[in-house]
Structures are given as C-alpha cells and as structure tokens.
Design a protein around this ligand. Sequence first.
Ligand SMILES: [Zn+2]
Ligand SMILES: [Zn+2]
Length: 303
Amino acid sequence: MGSTMGRRLTCLHTHTCYCDGSGTVEDFCAAAVGKGLSAIGFSAHAPLATDPGVTGSADSGSANTGWHLPMERFAAYRAEVKAAKEKWAGKITVYLGLEADYIEGIASPARWNKHGLDYVIGAVHYIPTPKGALLEVDGDADSFRRLVHDHFAGDAAQVVRVYYRCVEKMAREGGFDILGHLDLVKKNNRDFFSLESPAYQETAAHAAAVIRDAQKEHGFAVEVNTGALARGTYPDTYPEAALLRLLPGIPFIITTDAHCPEHLGAGYERAIANLREAGYTESAFFEGRGADGKPEWSYAHLA
Ligand SMILES: [Zn+2]
Ligand SMILES: [Zn+2]
C-alpha cells in the first residue's frame, strides 16, 4: 500500500466467487484487514430477473450472463455477508451491496432498493444496438471491434454516445448509491476513438452535466474505480482526471472493483493523484443511508 498507510482506506466494490471473482467473503475480509482497510463492501453483480437476451461475445446469439450472481444464490450471498458483518465487527465494517446493471426496460439498480442491502452500485455494462441487440461494452478488444463494426457500421462515436445516454438515463432514474465506472466505454478505445477528440469530449461533458443535476436529487457518489489498473486492462482510473474535473460538488469514493483479495487497494495512489490533478482535496466515505433513504457521506482530505 506504500504511502497510503495510515490513511483512511475502504473498498465498496468487490466481486467474490459468488459471481465472477475469486476468493470467498472470508478471504476478502481477512485481506482487507491485513491491508488496513476500515470498511469493505461486497457488490456481487446483481442477478438478472429475466434473461436479457444479451448477444454473446462471439455473436452466438446466446445469453452471455455467466458473470452475474445467479438468482438462486442471492439468499446465500446475503446471509454470508451478514454473518461476516457480525464476525468481523470491531475489526472492519462490512457492508452488503450489489453492483446492479442499468439496461433500459430490462434491469434497473432501483429494483434492488428493497432487499435489505446497505448500498447499490449502479453500472452500465450493456448497450442496445441499432438492430435491437444488447452488447457488452467492456468485453475484450475483439468483441468491442465486432460491436463497433457489425452493430454500429464502424461508427465508434455512436457507440460512445449510446453508452453515455444509458449512463445519463440511469443517473436520472436514481435508486443507487454509487455510480460505477462512469467511463467504462473507454476500455477498448485505443483503436477506435480518442478521449481528446471533440466528439468524445462533447459527449462526456453532456453526461457530466446530467450527472451533476441528478446527483443533487439522488445523493449518489461517483466512484474513482482502479479496477483496470489492478487487472492491467486500461492504464488509468474510471473516470480519469479530465472527466473528474467536470464533476465539481460530487462525492468521490475510491474503489478497486476487486475481483480477488489481492486487488484490494491496488491503484489507490493513482486515484488520489487523479482527484488532486482534477482540483479536489477530499474523497468521500460511505456512512450508510439516512432516514430519507439517501446515502450519507463523510469526507477526508487526500493526504
Ligand atoms: Zn462493473
Ligand atoms: Zn464490478
């Protein structure tokens, strides 16, 4: 953890073997305590109530939802995290959460508000295509190439616009506490679009304005997600400094999107540096939900 020792550290974005991560709830709690975290939250990919008909990454037409928590395991997941809360009390605060997809007309983070969860991360992983298919934006480079060429006639700027429109709709709808990996669409941008292009910047700035308005109503935080740094899939945080700069007044919570216990805390130095570069002096920490159901945040200086 280097010079982060002594700072207040938490991670509310984690995936265990209940979904597409490796390691148990117990493994994550033990590692989090070992790394000096004061809180850990579990955020399995929320079960999808119905098969959304996601087009397979190989265009097989089959559902491609192998990474979600199966609905029939949700009760066991909830029970195990609740048991960990008790077991680890006094050593680390354990939160029960989910990372819930926003897929217009199919899945919504708000759906999970009444399941006894401490918090929900809202995230867009799938976008609708002009042909009515549903495709992942964070697949590997080959699947992104197919998305752009086969479903958007090579128009990557349109993929970016559709992605951010989905994020905007999710933000307006609310029902989540943390907005997850805001600019995930950039994961495979290298061969398709530049983050410096006017088209990209205009689209991202539009989304940032919508998010600022929606946040005033709903109270959610935006995460500075270091998952791509931890996994080596993109050399920066989601979002990076340029986009963070467009979100003044928003609580920022640093998370790892850890898919194994070893990921916890990876890339936090970069997240802190990016927040500073964007002109911020504080990060936010989840303090539960208030009587109005909105999340409450405390703040600590970025030291
Ligand atoms: Zn995600
Ligand atoms: Zn995640």
